[in-house]
Design a protein. Structure first.
Length: 230
């Protein structure tokens, strides 16, 4: 998806505040189009725009009620994970419009915004952030807390591209428009503000190439296949 396609998707999407209501009735209530489960105490799933007025108008028919929600006027749902051939751990947030390759791993607390792409066999570690349209190739490792800047706004910005076989260390930041070349390594805590060529190690703030990737670096950054097994 390009930036304007994403913007138009968000603009035209119905903004929703989904809620879950646990309710004990004194008298029957018509809950409109909401989904209702239970014959006595009820669990109700619906949008607050419809359910809120219904509940307010029927207060005398309600003995007790608890309402739960986790968003307000949200434009996009979360990605349906059920059919992915990948490992997605609890607490990861993937919005609709994210692409996940076969055998990829997304760890706890990672956030992937609309348009982000994760290639086959790539691991997105704990708390990493892939902004809108950030693209990561196959068999990469994006370290814990790393940030690949998003570029939904401004729409003219160029997304981050991480080519195949790249390792980005923990808490590194890659700003918009940067391309990380194939098989390169970005040291932990680095801030990358310009393109990095293939097969090198870059480190620092701002990041600079410090050496070519050698056998010692290869050994220290080798991926573990067992972590990608499904």
């Amino acid at each position: 998806m390009n930036a304007w396609e994403i913007i138009e998707t968000i603009r035209t999407a119905e903004k929703k505040t989904p809620v879950r209501v646990f309710l004990r009735e004194k008298a029957p209530i018509d809950y409109g189009s909401a989904k209702v489960f239970g014959a006595g105490d009820k669990v109700i799933f619906g949008d607050w725009r419809e359910l809120g007025p219904i509940l307010a108008a029927n207060q005398e028919s309600i003995l007790d009620m608890v309402v739960e929600w986790d968003r307000r006027n949200s434009a996009l749902p979360l990605l349906d994970l059920r059919e992915l051939s990948a490992r997605i751990e609890p607490g990861a947030i993937l919005r609709e419009g994210v692409e996940i390759g076969e055998g990829a791993v997304v760890m706890m607390g990672a956030v992937l915004n609309i348009g982000a792409v994760v290639g086959p066999g790539t691991m997105i570690d704990m708390g990493a952030v892939l902004g809108g349209r950030a693209t990561v190739g196959s068999r990469c490792h994006i370290g814990a807390g790393a940030v690949l800047a998003g570029v939904v706004e401004p729409a003219s910005a160029v997304p981050v591209v991480v080519e195949d076989g790249v390792l980005i260390g923990a808490n590194a930041v890659v700003i918009e428009g940067v391309r990380i070349g194939r098989d390169s390594v970005i040291a932990a805590g680095s801030v990358v503000i310009e393109d990095v060529p293939p097969g090198v190690v870059a480190a620092g703030v701002p990041a600079r190439v410090v050496k070519k990737k050698d056998a010692q670096t290869e050994g220290k950054t080798q991926l573990v296949e067992a972590l990608r097994a499904l």
